[in-house]
Structure formats: structure tokens, C-alpha cells
Design a protein around this ligand. Structure first.
Ligand SMILES: [Fe+2]
Ligand SMILES: [Fe+2]
Length: 204
């Protein structure tokens, strides 16, 4: 597991399946749709951080580490919203998030509270990692230079969030336990990526 960031987020943080190369071309065909989906992803990231703080309010580090992330994700949402406005586009309707729903299916529901908490942290780490990978594809594959830079900034930020969620996991759980479960998540996620339709109007 890598904790280094800048090095173009080394192999995109352990993800087992790179994004289908057709995806960037599909996304480029409808900027309104991809910005809309992106806007909702940022909202959901902020919301999930808030609910983790509420659920695990007795974990001081988690509460303090996630508080600024709520602000950051909300800032991301506003950036995307402004980008839509600048282009005279409006935010569309929220769509069903098949990717995240499938990830949630893999979370332990019963059993020990601790195991459920670990899964929630690793789900976030994974969404951040995949988002980072997708933003990297956009930052490299779009024709519009402005948008390439726009996505580059998100890519770096989400890589930082990935690291934060892994660090939190390792704060509260044994490193080996985290490593084993993270690998299970990585393989599960690769299967999802392989099975869901490649759509240009979705970040994931
Ligand atoms: Fe974000
Ligand atoms: Fe994030």
C-alpha cells in the first residue's frame, strides 16, 4: 500500500483494473452530464464524511481529520457548480449511483461494529482512489486544456483523501488486518468495474 502521493499516485493506488480507454471519449461528448454527475459525487463525499463523524463521534482523530474534508468536498461541489454556470449549463438531476451501491453491498452489515467501521473507511478510500484515477484520465485525455487542468487539481486532492482514509483505518485497526481487507476490496471493485456499463455520463 503506498502512502506517497505526488509520484502521479503510483499505479493509481493499487486499483486492479484501469478504466476502459473509451470512457474519456464518451465523457468528452457531454460535459454537462459529466459535470452533473461529478457535482453529486462531491456532495455525497461531503455527506458521507458528516455521517461518519456522527456515527463515530467517540473517535477523536476521525472527527478531527474528517471535519476539514467535509469543507473540502463541499468546496469541490461549488467548483463544479461554478464550472457549469460558466458554461451556461445547469446542474441536471441526480442519477442512481450503481457503482457506489455495489460497493455498499460488499460492506459487512452484521457482526462486529469494528469490522463495519473498517469497511466504511475502506469504501471511502476506494471511491477516492477510483475518482482519482478517473480524474487522471480526464486530465490527460480531454482536448480542452482548461478542463485538463481543472481535473488535475481534483485528481491530486482525491489522492490525498485516499491516503487519509487509509491512515485512519491504520489508526484504528491492525495494519495487517487493513491490508488483507483492502485487497479483498480491490478485487471486488475490479469486478464491479468489469461488470458495469461504460457510460460517459458517470464519473464511475
Ligand atoms: Fe472531492
Ligand atoms: Fe475526496
Amino acid at each position: 500500500m503506498t502512502h506517497d502521493l505526488s509520484e502521479d499516485t503510483r499505479n493509481i493506488l493499487g486499483l486492479q483494473l484501469p478504466t476502459d480507454p473509451r470512457w474519456v471519449n464518451l465523457a468528452a461528448m457531454d460535459i454537462q452530464a459529466i459535470l452533473t454527475d461529478h457535482a453529486y459525487c462531491e456532495q455525497k463525499a461531503a455527506l458521507t464524511c458528516i455521517s461518519l463523524i456522527q456515527r463515530y463521534s467517540d473517535r477523536e482523530k476521525l472527527v478531527f481529520d474528517l471535519s476539514p474534508i467535509v469543507t473540502e468536498e463541499w468546496g469541490h461541489f461549488r467548483l463544479v457548480l461554478n464550472e457549469l454556470k460558466k458554461r451556461n449549463l445547469s446542474i441536471g438531476k441526480q442519477r442512481k449511483d450503481i457503482y457506489v451501491n455495489k460497493l455498499i453491498e460488499f460492506q459487512k452489515k452484521g457482526g462486529r461494529e469494528e469490522d463495519r467501521m473498517l469497511d466504511q473507511l475502506l469504501t471511502m478510500a476506494l471511491v477516492e482512489a477510483r475518482s482519482c484515477e478517473r480524474f487522471k484520465r480526464l486530465s490527460e485525455g480531454l482536448d480542452d486544456k482548461y478542463l485538463r487542468n481543472f481535473y488535475r487539481r481534483f485528481m491530486e486532492s482525491e489522492a490525498g483523501h485516499y491516503t487519509l482514509f487509509i491512515n485512519l483505518s491504520e489508526t484504528y485497526f491492525d495494519k495487517e488486518k487493513v491490508r488483507i481487507r483492502w485487497n479483498e476490496w480491490l478485487f471486488y471493485e475490479a469486478n464491479i468495474m468489469d461488470s458495469i456499463e461504460v457510460r460517459g455520463d458517470r464519473i464511475h
